[in-house]
Ligand binder design. Structure first.
Ligand code: ZN
Length: 273
């Protein structure tokens, strides 16, 4: 068993097994075993197939380099069939989705400009005052109904809700939720079409806005923006952005964008600065 464990590639098996890579390799094994069976007899074909399956089981793949190959050649839609949802969709949909979110926030005076976005001073001041105002408020379902403009909201635990029966939202912390309620009230006050937005669009705007928060709603501390890169199997590398208080460490926002380092989108570089 020791020898088998040494042979086993943990990065491609068990929890880390890549379903599309495994499927592609089993397909290749069937074709090669069939060819071997025709050329050298059925017995050889069967033995070849069993050895190939063992290799796939213990090493995660038969053909070396498969993880990189599926990442490059299998389209996102095929990978989704295997449950490989892109990282960007998993974390949040705001910043990478389209420029429109930031442009809307610029249009309503919350961000300075879409190319190098930052909170405008007037919005930042009003947002902090609004957060202060609701600090002790009970954020119940009626507050969330107003925030998302729909009657169908059910609260789940302190930081989750289901909207319109099918869309679930999870906030990264209770303070992130409070920041969103405060920002939603400000955006509603300022008009600019907030009332006409769907719950989805409101969520996207609030998530995007929260990436730029300047002051911790929990303790008034300064904000740290950290980044780390992830290179998941079968997907392009991503940069994860995490926005948290530098004093009390309350997490406030996060996002994932496709691309790392110089390949990262311009808007990500703007947040870094
Ligand atoms: Zn704090």
């Amino acid at each position: 068993m020791e020898a088998l464990n040494a042979f086993k590639r943990n990065e491609y098996t068990g929890e880390n097994r890549c379903t599309p890579c495994t499927a592609v390799n089993v397909g290749i094994a069937i074709i090669l075993a069939g060819a071997a069976g025709v050329a050298a007899g059925t017995g050889v074909g069967i033995v070849f197939f069993l050895v190939a399956l063992a290799l796939i089981y213990f090493r995660g793949y038969l053909v070396p380099g498969t993880p990189a190959l599926t990442k490059r050649y299998l389209s996102a839609s095929v990978l989704e069939l295997f449950g490989k949802e892109p990282v960007a969709g998993r974390a949040s949909r705001s910043i990478d989705a389209d420029a429109a979110t930031e442009e809307q926030l610029v249009a309503i005076g919350a961000l300075t400009d879409a190319e190098a976005p930052a909170l405008t001073d007037s919005f930042a001041t009003a947002w902090e005052a609004a957060i202060e105002g609701i600090r002790s408020e009970d954020i119940d379902e009626s507050v969330l109904r107003t925030l998302f403009g729909t009657d169908d909201v059910s609260r789940h635990a302190a930081t989750g809700a289901v909207i319109d029966g099918n869309q679930s939202i999870r906030w990264i912390s209770e303070w992130a939720l409070i920041a969103d309620v405060a920002a939603g009230r400000l955006l509603a006050e300022r008009g600019s079409g907030w009332e006409t937005l769907s719950p989805n669009d409101r969520i996207a705007l609030l998530r995007s806005l929260r990436l730029f928060i300047r002051v911790c709603p929990a303790c008034g501390g300064t904000i740290d923006v950290t980044e780390r890169t992830v290179d998941p199997c079968c997907e392009r590398p991503h940069t994860l952005i995490e926005v948290a208080c530098s004093d009390c460490e309350t997490p406030l926002a996060d996002d994932a964008v496709v691309g790392i380092d110089d390949d990262a989108p311009g808007r990500l570089r703007a947040i870094r600065e």
